[in-house]
Design a protein around this ligand. Structure first.
Ligand SMILES: Cc1ncc(COP(=O)(O)O)c(C=O)c1O
Length: 399
């Protein structure tokens, strides 16, 4: 749980010492589905609002040295970020608050900035395509070396680690739904001297906590499940390592990829219902995965919740649920898959995931998607609509 007692020896290099670290808002005994509701609330004092206010100010009254010990400027500090940061830190079992960024990609960029110049990055070949584009562009500028691996193949990942400075993890992968053996890989990476970063967007801390499994840093596209309503673009980084967090904060302040106050408020509002949204959407995803697996117009379903999925045992061991993203391949490839996205009436043909509305997308329509992703692969982000309505719509589109 987040330790928010003031540090005994204030370190002047920590640029956000102004944070009000109130021990009474630490929730060590709460289950995650209570924590999403209770964390990040203002202090319990008479007549105080129960929700944090939105602060719209680019600067703060301040005199004296600007050393991070008090708020001075809106690119460095914003009280509107802090409730969400504290809540996400607690949820991920970090000892420090998360850091909010302007997008998931900004959070990923900040995490990548932890690599030493020219360092080697080992990354799943089916990571989110935006992450792969970013690292390959950085490689073409000579900033790092990329080694792509099949993250489900533990031996292959371990073999790639000697000499690496960072292991990037994503599990399940987007969109192939492969499951990495997180704890084993984090241990092997540390033995090789590499930092471990995990993109936990698909799972959220309600289904998987990579810091508990050995990751040093967790990144999120808050845009997805955490905010949950497809109305904001935001990202976050979480770590329990004070030195890494100070570097990430420095990157955010200097590069300026900060969140807007309203977006941060919306993200916290969305977080409040994360547990019920996930419970509902996962139940529907399981049902749809099982029915799709029986459908003659479907050649393969990828969902770790299916007992015969190659990642099922691993997912059951390290996740507390299987999530509500699944992928399936339309028999016949790209053309019938694309047609399905035009025929659906309730499902929305759109990119992104993790919102209340169900989305379907043929991933290879993105030119940057990995060529090893089958052309007919459709990714479903299951929302919270009625399960039978969702099935009926898919079935009519498949017919
Ligand atoms: C797994 C994953 N990580 C990161 C991102 C990037 O996040 P954003 O779109 O908020 O920049 C995405 C976006 O789809 C994603 O799916």
């Amino acid at each position: 749980m987040t330790d928010r007692t003031p540090p005994p020896h204030p370190d002047q290099t920590r640029p956000d010492q102004h944070r009000s670290d109130q021990p009474d808002s630490v929730h060590p005994d709460l289950a995650p589905d209570s924590l999403v509701v209770a964390a990040g609330r203002p202090e319990r004092v008479a007549e105080a609002p129960v929700n944090p206010p939105i602060v719209l100010s680019s600067t703060y009254h301040s005199v004296g040295p600007v050393d991070g010990s008090r708020r001075s400027y809106g690119r460095s500090e914003n009280p509107s970020w802090e409730p969400f940061e504290e809540a996400l830190g607690e949820l991920e079992h970090a000892t420090l608050p998360a850091l909010l960024f302007s997008s998931g990609m900004a959070a990923i960029d900040a995490a990548l900035s932890l690599l030493p110049p020219g360092g080697t990055l080992v990354i799943p070949r089916h990571s989110y395509q935006g992450s792969l584009v970013a690292v390959h562009e950085a490689e073409s500028r000579g900033q790092l070396t990329v080694v792509e691996v099949d993250v489900a193949d533990t031996d292959a990942v371990v073999a790639a680690l000697p000499g690496a400075a960072m292991l990037w993890l994503e599990s399940p992968t987007n969109p192939m739904m492969e499951i990495a053996e997180l704890e084993v890989l984090a241990r092997a990476a540390h033995a090789a001297g590499a930092l471990v970063v995990a993109d936990n967007t698909f799972c959220t801390p309600l289904l998987q906590r990579p810091l508990d499994l050995g990751a040093d840093v967790v990144v999120h596209s808050v845009t997805k499940y955490l905010a949950g309503h497809s109305d904001v673009v935001l990202g976050a980084v979480v770590t329990s390592d004070a030195e890494l967090r100070a570097r990430l904060l420095r990157t955010r302040t200097v590069r300026g990829a900060i969140a807007g106050s309203f977006e941060a408020w919306l993200a916290l509002r969305g977080l409040r219902t994360l547990a019920v949204r996930l419970e509902r959407s996962e139940a529907t995803a399981r049902l749809l995965a099982a029915r799709l697996a029986e459908h003659p117009a479907v050649s393969r379903v990828r969902y770790p919740g299916l007992p015969d999925d190659p990642g099922h045992a691993r997912a059951a061991a390290q996740m507390s649920g299987f999530g509500s993203i699944l992928a399936f391949e339309a028999a016949g490839g790209a053309h019938p898959a694309e047609q399905l996205t035009e025929r659906v009436r309730l499902w929305l043909p759109a990119t992104s995931l993790g919102g209340v509305e169900s989305l379907v997308e043929r991933r290879r329509r993105h030119e940057t998607e990995a060529l090893t992703v089958p052309p007919g692969l459709l990714r479903l982000s299951v929302g919270i609509e009625n399960a039978e309505d969702l099935w009926a719509d898919l079935a009519q589109a498949l017919a």
